[in-house]
Design a protein around this ligand. Structure first.
Ligand SMILES: Nc1ncnc2c1ncn2[C@@H]1O[C@H](COP(=O)(O)OP(=O)(O)O)[C@@H](O)[C@H]1O
Ligand SMILES: O=P(O)(O)OC[C@H]1O[C@](O)(COP(=O)(O)O)[C@@H](O)[C@@H]1O
Ligand SMILES: [Mg+2]
Length: 490
């Protein structure tokens, strides 16, 4: 999708007429490598070749509005009532964001009334619109010491007009939605309904997802804490696998459509032999299939560690009748259990070829997303919260605050939900995974007519076979005996 400057402009409720508490401090501020001045913009693209493609003057290049405080603001803080809602699956740092919002709203802007809606958008339905918590600095002081969200969260559809009624009834002027793709979709619909009905309520999104599947953000908050926790499970399974004859360790990690957690957690420990993600399909059977590769590894190395994202291999489950079309209350696909399929298929295959595998399968599931935010994420959450408050007070709406290429910026909400952020099989992250798992070194020369023989200059087809499980036999493969040959010393 080619974006132009106009696609990146955020909505304003109107002219900013009030002096901001930051006015004086901002007067002397200029853009530097560490600060983007009000009015300056942050480029979407960051390579010479991408910029050259646009062939326009610098001010016409696609760019984001810089986040941060403004000298003039739209709302009179003393009159503002703010609302906060957290929705969707948990993510480390939710409480940190809530705490940051409340602190910034009260301490710097002097906002006196902040309501937290309970249990996601459900707390805004007609039946539950009294289900709110008064968010005060005292109430939020220590909440960052716990995972989850003090407000609660939920999935499931709510009517946008009913939610607008709740906001109006409660006198909300600015609403902060901390949510993932679903939450940002709902917030966009809500903002549209607010506009249609002529209300002046700012809706600001703080994108949340441990899957890191939202675009136009360097990395979502909490992701780092989640993959750090996931990495611990990889270490555990690697120890177990190494200690058992023909040991197979499998860890299934969250990641419905995007395999970022699997990639980063694998890289963090560098203990995985195979990483399976939704973005790179794979096959089980055949000479280039996963089972043959696992067998090769067991014979050569004595054990294998496999990290699989929960969304990987769903096509294999469907082929076997193990995946239906069910969805959760929010319309997210309910996935089949790829970990169980792998455990069973690998056990059966290795037993068939005369090995006696010991398979350890760990599904840490919610254990990786219910943790408290680590120090890095806590800082990140706090700064996102500050940026969100500044955006709201300056009358931005239908806008998400994100960090893009290390700068905090405003992104129009429709862009945040325009597509999903996925691991690019041609990108440098996946290349690092292939490097770490030993899949990048070209295969040793094959005799003419052998398996590796192909037309000169013609690339092998991409995908599971080539990238992942055999075709581009990696560094470790080069040392491996052919499947079925005697095992080497361990
Ligand atoms: N396409 C959509 N349009 C409107 N609301 C949505 C949409 N998708 C999800 N929602 C609502 O947003 C909330 C959070 O969505 P969900 O997918 O559960 O989590 P997340 O925000 O983490 O992706 C739910 O209340 C859900 O009903
Ligand atoms: O909480 P649930 O409904 O079991 O959902 C689990 C899903 O939530 C996630 O953790 C995150 O999804 P969301 O960001 O959409 O909430 C996925 O990785 C996982 O598939
Ligand atoms: Mg989601």
């Amino acid at each position: 999708m080619t974006l132009h400057l106009d696609d990146l402009r955020v909505r304003h409720l109107g002219e900013c007429r009030y002096d901001s508490p930051f006015s004086e401090m901002l007067a002397a501020k200029r853009t530097s490598p560490h600060y983007v001045a009000e009015g300056d913009r942050v480029l979407l693209d960051d390579t010479v070749s991408m910029l050259a493609e646009h062939d326009v003057r610098p001010e016409q290049l696609p760019s984001f509005e810089a986040a941060g405080p403004r000298r003039k603001i739209y709302f009179d803080p003393a009159q503002v009532t703010a609302g906060v809602v957290t929705c969707g699956g948990l993510c480390p740092g939710l409480n940190d964001v809530i705490r940051g919002l409340v602190q910034e709203l009260t301490v710097h802007y002097g906002v006196r009334r902040i309501l937290g809606f309970r249990n996601g958008f459900r707390g805004m339905t007609a039946a539950r619109r009294d289900d709110t918590i008064d968010l005060t600095p005292d109430r939020v002081r220590d909440i960052h010491n716990a995972g989850g969200t003090i407000l609660g969260s939920s999935r499931g559809a709510q009517d946008a007009d009913e939610m607008v009624d709740s906001l109006v009834l409660r006198g909300i002027d600015v609403l902060f939605v901390i949510g993932g793709d679903g939450g940002m979709n709902a917030a966009t619909n809500l903002a549209a309904a607010i506009r249609r009905r002529g209300h002046e309520i700012a809706v600001i999104g703080v994108p949340k997802t441990i899957d890191n599947d939202l675009p136009y953000t360097d990395q979502s908050f909490g992701f780092q804490s989640a993959f750090a926790q996931a990495a611990n499970f990889i270490s555990s399974v690697a120890v177990e696998a190494a200690a058992s004859p023909d040991g197979i360790g499998i860890v299934k990690l969250m990641g419905r459509h995007s395999g970022f957690i699997a990639c980063y957690a694998s890289l963090a420990r560098n203990a995985a032999d195979v990483v399976l993600i939704p973005e790179v399909p794979f096959v089980l059977d055949g000479p280039d299939g996963l089972l043959a590769r696992v067998e090769q590894h067991v014979r050569a190395k004595g054990h294998v560690v496999i990290v699989v994202a929960e969304g990987a291999g769903q096509d294999l489950l469907r082929e076997r009748g193990l995946l239906g079309d069910a969805t959760d209350a929010s319309g997210n696909a309910k996935l089949g259990d790829i970990g169980v399929l792998l455990r069973e298929a690998i056990t059966a295959h290795l037993t068939d070829v005369g090995l006696a595998p010991t398979v350890r399968y760990i599904d840490p599931s919610y254990a990786i997303r219910s943790v408290t935010a680590n120090a890095y994420d806590s800082v990140y959450c706090l700064r996102l919260a500050y940026a969100a408050v500044h955006a709201a007070m300056a009358g931005r709406t239908e806008t998400a605050v994100v960090r893009w290429r290390r700068r905090f910026v405003h992104v129009p909400m429709p862009l945040i939900i325009s597509h999903r952020n996925e691991v690019d099989p041609d990108g440098d992250l996946w290349m690092s995974v292939l490097e770490a798992t030993g899949h990048l070194v070209p295969p040793p020369a094959q005799p003419a007519g052998g398996r590796g023989d192909r037309e000169p200059g013609r690339r092998r087809p991409r995908g599971p076979v080539a990238d992942l499980v055999g075709g581009t036999a990696g560094r470790r493969d080069a040392e491996l005996p052919e499947a079925g040959s005697a095992r080497t010393a361990r």
